[in-house]
Design a protein around this ligand. Structure first.
Ligand code: ZN
Length: 177
C-alpha cells in the first residue's frame, strides 16, 4: 500500500500496532490500521436423484478449461448461503432445493476459506454463462477427476461420494508436498 485510502497520505508504515501482535499497514497521519484477512469462497455441489452432479467448465483464469463446482467470493452483506446460491445462478443459471451446509475447508497457505453447500438440482434449463463455457451433469462414475480445477472441489466431491451429505465436514487443506 502506497497511499492511505482514507486520507490520501503517503505516510503508510508496516508495523505492529499497539496491543496487536502482527505487522499491519498503518497510516501515520490518520492512524487507520489496514487489516488483511482471508477471503471466503462459497459454492454449491448440486446433485440429482439419478446419481449426477453439476460441473462448470471455467472460462476464466485461474484454471480456465478445468471443471469446477459453481462457487465464488462472498460479497459484503451476504450470508454464505446467499453467496453460494448467487454464484450458482451467476455461473450456471442453476437453482437448487434442499440446501445444506456440507464442507468448511480452511486453506491457510493461500489465505482462503471455502464453504460448500449441497443442493438438489431444481431446474434443467441451466447452461453456460460468461464464467462457464459449459455446464453439465456428470454421472458419479464419470467425474473427470484429472480435469478438476481446485483441491477444495476434489475434496468436497470425494466427501460427498463417500459419505453423502448428512454430516458437515470441517477440514484443513495443506499445500501438496
Ligand atoms: Zn490516513
Amino acid at each position: 500500500m502506497n497511499f492511505c485510502p482514507i486520507c490520501s497520505s503517503a505516510e503508510i508504515e508496516r508495523k505492529i500496532p499497539e496491543g496487536d501482535n502482527l505487522e499491519r499497514d498503518v497510516c501515520n497521519k490518520c492512524n487507520e490500521i489496514f487489516y488483511t484477512n482471508p477471503n471466503i469462497v462459497t459454492g454449491v455441489l448440486a446433485y440429482t436423484n439419478d446419481d449426477e452432479l453439476i460441473l462448470c467448465k471455467r472460462s476464466i483464469e485461474p484454471r480456465s478449461g478445468y471443471w469446477t463446482l459453481p462457487a465464488g467470493f462472498l460479497e459484503n452483506g451476504e450470508s454464505i448461503e446467499e453467496g453460494a446460491l448467487r454464484e450458482t445462478f451467476e455461473e450456471a443459471k442453476l437453482y437448487v432445493d434442499d440446501v445444506k451446509l456440507f464442507t468448511i475447508l480452511s486453506v491457510p497457505h493461500i489465505n482462503q476459506i471455502y464453504t460448500f453447500f449441497t443442493g438438489k438440482v431444481a431446474n434443467y434449463d441451466f447452461g453456460p454463462t460468461p464464467e462457464s463455457s459449459e455446464v453439465k451433469l456428470f454421472k458419479y462414475d464419470d467425474i473427470p477427476w484429472s480435469e478438476l480445477a481446485f483441491p477444495t472441489v476434489i475434496k468436497t466431491i470425494k466427501l460427498f461420494l463417500e459419505h453423502g451429505d448428512n454430516e458437515v465436514f470441517n477440514e484443513v487443506l495443506k499445500p501438496k508436498a
